[in-house]
Design a protein around this ligand. Structure first.
Ligand code: C2E
Ligand code: MG
Ligand code: MG
Length: 558
């Protein structure tokens, strides 16, 4: 009878142990996110459960039975989140090896959980807290009872990081991000105050943020921003290369610009956007007036998107004339927006907004398609003039730009040798070797290449020499005083001489007066373009203008 009771007791204990092990397995399964870890934990705990069941059934002795039931209790405590208590004393005494295995198993589960939460809260490239971690900690700092609520939030966006990634590869890009993180760590460390360290995080891609507690006023916040800027604007050393890259920083203050994290982050983001739009490598302190400008820009972006969908864009064409003979050499396609208000908007008024977003790529694709179609029409009716079009830096740097351009020219049947690509000095100065190779082959296929707005940026003459160009267009600002200022005339004459020396032709842009034209012709400028001849005209007017001009030239020479 006693034997039967003991047997029954053992069966009951083993069933309980089995149930407890099942619960434990389930909890571990739910807490661990990684499938490999889940399988490992399940197998280990399953074997462990079998061992307990076996022990409970096969080793009937009251001390061990007490130890097993203490172990079952311990395992059931996992349900209330206890992963730290050691194996029960009874188990340590009766079955020390099993107790050590239990402790080892709990330690393994704890370390796996720590790894999973570290992966969820830290950025693997820089080891900085990620966005989730930042939000959690920043919320805590903002709402900490009794803490000083005067904080400064810095929103940092690297300038030109995409170019570094594109030209040097992602591994080098990651290295640069680590350098950036280390520089920001140093700033945070030196600006930290006793007992309240700044919070630093990588939010995404090339965006970082810093939250500084106990910032007295905007002057202190601006001083910190200047310090961060100085740290980030110093060139980065990668392998044996020096990478020139800066950052734009937006600053928002709590409570002046918001006391909730979402509002503060939006304010700092708007200020950062303003810093970027005002020339990069600078910081900007938030002001409500910036929010209004930001809203206006967002509104324009929305309208531009609609304009594309509703076919509100049109091309206008401005003639380019030979300075010597007056013959029409080319037309430059300039985009116009037939706004629903009835007004025709010039490129100048909206292209820069489009350039700040990916919209410029869609607009640029529309321009290429329309230019190719127009050139095909012109060629079909016997015209021999080139058709030039403008390409923005953002569109130009797309890896598939050249492929798509070629595909569009081939699809439309437009003659490539009458096409001319215009891009600005800034684009030319930042061209990667791969882009230069593409330009060389495009030029070999007959497409002409022109450098636009020359004289507005910082031109590197060596780079100018290495570019595959056909012509350089002198910016309107160089032409403006050419007939009234002796020194401007001297500078432009020297420039023309230099550009000719490099083997390129020169086009004078923005010629508004006959006197300007006379000077340009006298100092050797090859072609001219400007209101004194014609403004940009819609296609039918342009074609009629060209025909009239050609007729006049024929009559004059007859
Ligand atoms: P740009 O390529 O240098 O074009 C010349 C600009 O000067 C045009 O302004 C033209 O209308 C204007 N212009 C022409 N003659 C004169 C003149 O005698 N005096 C003055 N003061 N200005 C003159 P628009 O059309 O507003 O274009 C401005 C800029 O917008 C262009 O400068 C070009 O950089 C860009 N753009 C124009 N169309 C496109 C386009 O289809 N795609 C892209 N990405 N950019 C474009
Ligand atoms: Mg142009
Ligand atoms: Mg220009």
């Amino acid at each position: 009878m006693r034997e039967h009771l003991a047997r029954f007791g053992n069966i009951l204990t083993s069933v309980c142990a089995g149930i407890a092990s099942f619960v434990f397995t389930l909890v571990a399964f739910l807490m661990l996110k990684d499938l490999g870890e889940q399988i490992m934990a399940s197998v280990t705990i399953g074997l462990f459960a079998l061992a307990i069941v076996w022990l409970a059934y096969e080793r009937p002795n009251s001390g061990q039975a007490r130890a097993i039931s203490a172990l079952v209790e311990r395992l059931l405590a996992v349900r209330s989140g206890d992963l730290t208590s050691p194996a029960p004393l009874a188990l340590q005494r009766e079955m020390p090896a099993l107790a050590a295995a239990v402790d080892g198993l709990f330690e393994q589960v704890r370390s796996n959980l720590d790894n999973v939460s570290a992966m969820a809260l830290y950025d693997p490239v820089t080891s900085l807290p990620n966005r989730i971690h930042f939000r959690r900690e920043a919320d805590r700092m903002l709402h900490d009872e009794g803490a000083d609520r005067r904080l400064a939030l810095l929103f940092i966006d690297l300038d030109g990081f995409k170019e570094v990634n594109d030209s040097l590869g992602h591994a080098a890009g990651d290295q640069v991000l680590v350098l950036v993180a280390n520089r920001l760590r140093a700033v945070a460390k030196s600006e930290g105050k006793s007992g309240s360290q700044p919070l630093l995080a990588r939010l995404a891609g090339d965006e970082f943020t810093m939250l500084f507690p106990e910032v007295r006023d905007s002057r202190e916040a601006e001083r910190i921003a200047r310090r961060a800027l100085a740290a980030l604007n110093t060139p980065y050393e990668n392998s044996d290369q020096l990478i020139d890259m800066g950052a734009s920083i937006g600053v928002a203050l709590c409570p002046r610009h918001g006391s909730e994290l979402t509002g503060l982050m939006k304010a700092a983001d708007i200020a950062m956007y303003h810093a970027k739009a005002s020339g990069r490598s600078q910081y900007c302190l938030y002001h409500p007036r910036l929010a209004a400008a930001f809203e206006k820009k967002s509104q324009t972006e929305r309208s531009l998107r609609e304009a594309l969908a509703n076919d509100e864009f049109e091309l206008a064409f401005q003639p380019q004339l030979c300075a010597r003979t007056g013959a029409v050499l080319a037309g430059e396609a300039l985009i116009r927006w037939n706004h629903p208000s009835g007004e025709v908007r010039l490129a100048e008024s909206f292209i820069s907004v489009a350039e700040e977003s990916s919209l410029i790529v869609d607009i640029g694709d529309w321009v290429i398609e329309s230019v190719a179609a127009a050139l095909k029409r012109w060629h079909d009716c016997g015209m021999t003039q080139r058709l030039a079009f403008n390409i923005s830096a953002r569109h130009f740097s797309r890896p598939d730009f050249f492929k798509r351009l070629r595909a569009e020219v081939a699809r439309s049947g437009a003659p490539a040798w009458l096409l001319e690509l215009e891009f600005t000095e800034a684009v030319a100065m930042n061209c990667s070797p791969a882009t230069i190779t593409e330009l060389v082959s495009l030029r070999a296929e007959g497409v002409s290449i022109a450098l636009d707005d020359f004289g507005t940026g910082l031109s590197n003459l060596r780079r100018l020499k290495d570019m595959p160009l056909d012509r350089v267009k002198l910016d309107e600002s160089l032409i403006r005083e050419i007939d009234t200022s002796e020194s401007t005339r001297t500078i432009v004459a020297a420039l023309i001489h230099l550009i000719h020396g490099l083997g390129y032709q020169v086009v004078g842009e923005g010629v508004e007066r006959q006197e300007q034209f006379e000077v340009l012709r006298a100092i050797g400028c090859d072609a001219v373009q400007g209101y004194v001849f014609a403004e940009a005209l819609i296609e039918s007017d342009f074609l009629a203008w060209v025909r009239r001009r050609e007729k006049r030239l024929q009559t004059a020479s007859a």
